[in-house]
Write a protein that binds this ligand. Structure first.
Ligand SMILES: Cc1ncc(COP(=O)(O)O)c(C=O)c1O
Length: 461
């Protein structure tokens, strides 16, 4: 039995959840067009839809909310946050944004032209969509082990250096306005990237004079994986490791709704003075004045405190051990997951769990639907619903390598009995999995279809 870690906190305020019956959930989901995003949260018993913006804030952060300075320009809370970001991330400039995708949007609008490409280990959906929205091409160059759900490579989020070099040579550095890496790799299992890989990626980008931006959402979890798994880092603090990671980059995009331990917020950092000028103009147009960038002063204050709490060793130790307990227990119950367990989520390999459902009948969506009906558990499909796109050259539908269902773990929210309940529900589904049926799309938008598409369960023939 894997070890469940002791929470490094006790509970001061609680939020009640509502019990529902299977019959009720069947009706609710049908009404929601079988899209779990369209359910009311109060109809969900355990919400593993996302770890984004769902953290429980600490008493220290709530105290910060009262102290937030709501001045339009030059608020004290902005300067508090600036100091924290400058210490941890070390870039010369930063602007707050309302969340991570706003930082991506600004970066893409300022630096990217139609037809250009942005390489990364693996872009998350919002990053890919922001690149496509201005006519660019998001390019994923993950190491092969990252696409093998059974590989226990310690850093499955690594970017393949050889593929990167070949891609730059083939595309031409003039067609690559910046390069990225996502830490940890959310779209590929929440897997970490090693320090050696971040450094090597940085060296290749810089050899070709390509600016290097880190998608930093889960940088603290990535830093702790480096401490646990990479030689030479066992005695370094998460802060020191984070500082080294960012020292290799020219900037970062950040959704603070993850390792910032806040419910809303993000930022964009950079070293380049000219870029900062353009970013500020874009920010004023889209988000707000550069000292608040779409956030309230109280949000800035909560984030300044949350960033420190997110780097706390006891917290990170508990966080990664909790995810490991959940993942290893699911494996024991016969559920195939992306191994080893990542930082913020467990990803069920729905493609191999439901081999009788082909990719174009969305096995991940089928499993997500069943988890809600059977147990009131909300998850998200990260397979062909989220990531299958027509190839821009051939028009042919490209399916992602894995059909995953993500069970994201909100920070400091759920305890062991919640996880044990999910494990029991999954064991029950495993026992009758051959009865699950494929899914058909009824309606869908052009971009980011998993948020709003509607579905139906394919009738038995
Ligand atoms: C790796 C990664 N990048 C970017 C984003 C976008 O952040 P936000 O949801 O704050 O816009 C997310 C959100 O889940 C993410 O996981």
């Amino acid at each position: 039995m894997p070890i469940y870690p002791i929470e490094p906190f006790r509970i001061k305020a609680i939020e009640s959840t509502r019990q529902t019956t299977k019959e009720e959930r069947e009706q609710l989901l049908e009404k929601a067009g079988y899209n779990l995003f369209k359910l009311r949260a109060e109809d969900v018993m355990i919400d593993l839809l996302t770890d984004s913006g769902t953290a429980a804030m600490s008493d220290n952060q709530w105290a910060g909310i009262m102290l937030g300075d709501e001045s339009y320009a030059g608020a004290k809370s902005f300067y508090n946050l600036k100091e924290v970001i400058s210490t941890i991330f070390g870039f010369r400039h930063f602007v707050p944004t309302h969340q991570g995708r706003a930082a991506e949007n600004i970066l893409c609008n300022v630096l990217l032209e139609s037809g250009e490409s942005i390489p990364s280990n693996m872009h998350f959906d919002t990053t890919g969509a922001n690149i496509r929205a201005v006519g660019g091409r998001p390019i994923d160059l993950l190491i092969d082990e990252g696409n093998d759900p059974k590989s226990r490579h310690p850093f499955k989020g690594n970017l393949d250096i050889e593929k990167l070099r070949q891609f730059i040579e083939a595309t031409g550095k003039e067609n690559i306005p910046f390069g990225m890496i996502t830490i940890t790799n959310n779209a590929g299992g929440g897997q970490p990237v090693s320090m050696a890989n971040i450094k090597a990626v940085s060296e290749v980008y810089h050899e070709y004079s390509i600016p290097f931006f880190i998608d930093a959402c889960r940088y603290a979890e990535n830093a702790y994986f480096i401490k646990l798994r990479e030689e030479g880092y066992a005695n370094r603090t998460p802060l020191e490791i984070a500082q080294e990671m960012f020292s290799y980059a020219d900037g970062c995009t950040m959704s603070a709704k993850k390792d910032g331990l806040v419910n809303i917020g993000g930022f964009l950092c950079m070293n380049d003075d000219n870029l900062f000028e353009s970013v500020q103009q874009e920010l004023i147009l889209r988000e707000g004045f550069p000292t608040y960038g779409g956030l309230a002063g109280r949000d800035l204050e909560a984030l300044a405190r949350g960033l420190w709490e997110g780097l706390d060793e006891r917290y990170l130790d508990y966080r990664l051990a909790q995810t490991a307990y959940f993942g290893e227990s699911l494996i024991e119950a016969g559920i195939p997951i992306v191994e080893p367990p990542g930082g913020h989520a467990i990803y069920i390999d729905a493609g191999s769990f439901l081999p009788h459902i082909p990719a174009d009948q969305f096995p991940g969506q089928a499993l997500s639907i069943e988890m809600y009906i059977a147990g009131g558990i909300r998850t998200v499909e990260l397979g062909s619903v989220a990531f299958a796109y027509p190839d821009p050259d051939t028009g042919e539908i490209k399916h992602p390598p894995l059909e995953l269902v993500r069970l994201a773990i909100p920070r400091r929210v759920y305890t062991r009995s919640h996880f044990d309940y999910v494990i029991a529900v999954m064991a029950d589904i495993a026992a009758r999995k051959s009865t699950l049926r494929g899914i058909e799309i009824v309606t869908q938008p052009e971009l980011l279809r998993h948020f709003t598409a509607t579905f139906k369960i394919i009738a038995e023939s």
